[in-house]
Design a protein around this ligand. Structure first.
Ligand code: FO1
Length: 307
């Protein structure tokens, strides 16, 4: 079975790890968001690709949700002491990856080639592709002004309400090699439980991606990122209330109009819908076993269509 998963960082990376475990070698391709990429201390950082990579390899910090387990912060403390930027916390272990990636980018390698090489280094058979090798940057429009995604998310602690999102560069971007082909040949397309506005829409905004999902021969399934109408972490519930007027399964579906055959929701949201095209399960992934269970249910939901 060929499965393609569209994923952002933290929540998406958990389901990706579960899918990787329950699928056979080489059956999973992950298409990752690059809208929240940034340059810190001269280094290119791809937070969502890295969350997926670390999660797959079991190197991720499960408490913090991002970065590496067993992390230390000496380089950051040194940079701070020298007057360098320290608002975006790069740990010592994490830094190694950013050094390798930035050097490869500067020598002319494409992000997709580098990412493929990094995954190969871990020995994993899953494919991880950035949606594009071109520069796409998410910006948020708030009552306090327009901010680059990480400035709003990290530096301003996503406290400002969001009125609109912009995916700068997306309309001129080209899908990375293999992305459209993977979608066209997939048997199942999974949309991970990531924030639709900041993780999945910047993927869909790259020309050719939405079209490929709309024209799918595959079954398409999304896992709702909300439990009981609340985000597991982050600002999604507030964003949905302001941008869509609610946080029910129907509101989640509206994020993916024309792109879904079935939506997987948590039991805590079951009473908020009478829709037939939903499958109800426990969607909280507090360990890898739970991620595997959800991955199995998600794949079955795609095959059955409805519960
Ligand atoms: N999130 C934070 O809230 N604060 C940080 O300092 C921070 C650093 C960081 C470094 C590397 C990395 O891969 C992720 C990091 N994140 C941090 C998480 C990241 O900003 C977001 O979780 C994603 O971009 C949202 O999808």
């Amino acid at each position: 079975m060929k499965v393609v998963c569209l994923s952002g960082g933290v929540g998406g990376a958990k389901l990706v790890a579960g899918l990787h475990d329950v699928l056979g070698a080489g059956e999973l391709t992950v298409i990752g968001n690059v809208g929240d990429d940034l340059e810190v201390l001269g280094l290119h950082v791809s937070p969502d690709l890295d969350s997926v990579l670390y999660g797959l390899a079991g190197l991720n910090d499960t408490e913090r949700g991002w970065g590496r387990a067993g992390e230390t912060w000496q380089a950051l403390e040194s940079a701070r002491a020298w007057g360098g930027e320290d608002w975006f916390m790069l740990g010592d272990r994490d830094l190694g990856l950013h050094l390798v990636r930035t050097q490869a980018l500067r020598s002319g390698e494409r992000l997709s080639e580098i990412t493929e090489r990094l995954v190969r280094t871990t020995g994993l058979a899953t494919r991880l592709l950035p949606v594009t090798d071109d520069r796409v940057r998410t910006h948020v429009v708030t009552p306090a002004g327009r901010f680059a995604f990480q400035e709003w998310f990290v530096a301003r602690r996503h406290e400002d309400e969001v009125d609109a999102l912009l995916y700068e560069g997306a309309e001129d971007a080209t899908p990375a090699p293999g992305v459209v082909e993977a979608l066209e040949s997939a048997d199942t397309i999974v949309i991970a439980p990531s924030n639709p506005f900041v993780s999945i829409h910047p993927i869909l905004a790259v020309p050719g991606i939405t079209r490929a999902v709309e024209a799918r021969r595959a079954r398409s399934v999304a896992v709702s990122p909300l439990i009981g109408g609340k985000a597991v972490r982050g600002p999604l519930d507030r964003m949905m209330l302001r941008l869509l007027g609610g946080t029910s399964p129907a509101h989640v579906k509206r994020c993916y109009e024309g792109l879904l055959d079935v939506l997987v929701i948590d039991g805590a949201d079951a009473s908020a819908t009478s829709d037939g095209h939903v499958v109800v399960t426990d969607t909280l992934m507090d360990d890898r076993d739970a991620a595997r269970r959800l991955a199995r249910t998600t794949l079955e939901a795609a095959m059955d269509g409805t519960s």
